[in-house]
Ligand binder design. Structure first.
Ligand code: ZN
Length: 352
C-alpha cells in the first residue's frame, strides 16, 4: 500500500441500486457491485470530501479482509478523476460544467483561455455569426479579439444609413470594432495568428480574398458561412491543409453554371432583404465554429483541421468531410505561391 498517498474527492453523483452503487462524473461512470458498496463509498467520501486523507487512513476504517478491495476502488477512483491527489487543484472541482467537460481531456478553462488569449484573433465581418462567436469567446474569458468591419460582410440590421453601428452590445464590444485600415496597421505591428471570416448571406466567394490573405501571411483561417440555410465551417492551416480555394475548385468541378454561382455569391451582400434564414441555423453554425476553435486550440483528441463541417438543420444532418488539396490550387499551391509573393510583397491588402 502507498502509505503516503493523500487524496481528496471531486464532486460526483452516487446512485444506489439493489445490487450496488453507480458513481457518475462527466463522461465517466463506475459501477461498484455488492451489498456493502454504498457504505464503502460513503466512508471513502466522509474522509475525502472537503478534506484530504491518506490511503492508509481510509483503508484502516474497513475490516482487514475488505482492505484490498477498498484500495483497488480508491485507485480506480483516482485513475478516473473522481478522486485526485491532495496537491492537485482542478478548477472543475467548483462544479462548472464546462470545466468538468474540459477535465475529461486533462484541460481546464483557465488553461484554454490562456491558449486562446495568446493568439491574436480577428473576426472579419460585423454580422450575427461573428457577434455570436465573439460573445462565446468573451463569455469563456477570451477578450482580446477585434471585429474587422468589412463592408461586404455586414448585416445591415446592425448599421444606420451612414454606416455607423446602431446598437453596440456594450461599450466594450464597440471598442473591438475596427476598420480594414486599422486591421492592416495592427497586423503590421503585431502579426495576426488566427482569422475568422463570417458571411451569413451565401457568399463563400466573399471570403476568398481573406483565404488568400491568410495563406500568404501564414495565418490560421476559419471561414464560417451560411448558404441556402446550410452552414459551413472549417479550420484551415496554411502549409498543412487544403484552403478555401481548393474547396471551391472542387465544388466548381461538379457545376455547370459557374458564372451564375459567382454572380449570386459576389452580390450576396445586397441579397439580405430577400434571403431566407432560420435563426437556429445561424446559432448552430456559430456555435459549431466556436466548438471547433476550442477543440483545436485546446488540443483535444482527434484534431480535424482541413475538414469541412456542414450543418443542415432542415435535413437534420451534420457531417465532417476532409477537403482534399487541389495540386495546382491558384492560392495555396507552392508553384503558384512563389509568383504571388513577388507581386504582393508579403503583405497583400484585401480589396475594399
Ligand atoms: Zn488551395
Amino acid at each position: 500500500m502507498l502509505k503516503n498517498l493523500y487524496v481528496k474527492a471531486l464532486p460526483f453523483q452516487v446512485i444506489d441500486f439493489p445490487e450496488g452503487v453507480i458513481l457518475k462524473r462527466g463522461f465517466e461512470k463506475i459501477v461498484v457491485n455488492g451489498s456493502g458498496a454504498l457504505q464503502k463509498v460513503l466512508i471513502i467520501l466522509s474522509f475525502t470530501s472537503g478534506r484530504t486523507a491518506s490511503l492508509e487512513e481510509i483503508c484502516n476504517q474497513f475490516a482487514v479482509p475488505d482492505r484490498d478491495g477498498v484500495e483497488a476502488l480508491i485507485k480506480d477512483l483516482l485513475e478516473r478523476s473522481f478522486l485526485i491527489h491532495a496537491d492537485q487543484n482542478l478548477v472543475g472541482s467548483n462544479g462548472n460544467q464546462f470545466d468538468i467537460f474540459l477535465e475529461q481531456f486533462k484541460l481546464s478553462q483557465k488553461n484554454l483561455v490562456e491558449k486562446l488569449s495568446a493568439l491574436k484573433i480577428f473576426i472579419v465581418g460585423y454580422n450575427s455569426l461573428s457577434l455570436t462567436i465573439l460573445n462565446c469567446l468573451n463569455d469563456l474569458g477570451v477578450d482580446c479579439i477585434s471585429i474587422v468591419d468589412e463592408p461586404t460582410l455586414r448585416n445591415y440590421k446592425y448599421f444606420d444609413a451612414d454606416g455607423n453601428v446602431i446598437k453596440p452590445l456594450n461599450d466594450e464590444s464597440n471598442k473591438q470594432i475596427i476598420s480594414l485600415d486599422e486591421f492592416v496597421s495592427k497586423n503590421k505591428e503585431n502579426s495576426t495568428e488566427f482569422l475568422i471570416s463570417c458571411s451569413e448571406f451565401g457568399g463563400q466567394a466573399l471570403l476568398l480574398k481573406w483565404n488568400t490573405y491568410c495563406v500568404e501571411n501564414h495565418i490560421d483561417f476559419m471561414p464560417v458561412y451560411l448558404q441556402d440555410m446550410i452552414g459551413y465551417t472549417s479550420l484551415m492551416i496554411p502549409g498543412e491543409t487544403a484552403c478555401l480555394q481548393c474547396l471551391r475548385t472542387r465544388q466548381n468541378s461538379h457545376l455547370r453554371d459557374l458564372d451564375i454561382r459567382d454572380l449570386i455569391e459576389t452580390n450576396a451582400t445586397n441579397a439580405q432583404s430577400v434571403t431566407a434564414i432560420h435563426p437556429a441555423a445561424m446559432s448552430i453554425l456559430a456555435n459549431t465554429a466556436f466548438f471547433e476553435i476550442t477543440h483545436y486550440y485546446g488540443r483535444m483528441p482527434f484534431p480535424r483541421p482541413g475538414k469541412l463541417i456542414r450543418t443542415d438543420v432542415i435535413a437534420s444532418e451534420t457531417e465532417g468531410k476532409k477537403i482534399l488539396k487541389v495540386p495546382r490550387c491558384k492560392t495555396c499551391s507552392s508553384i503558384n505561391r512563389k509568383a504571388e509573393v513577388q507581386i504582393n510583397l508579403m503583405h497583400p491588402m484585401p480589396d475594399k
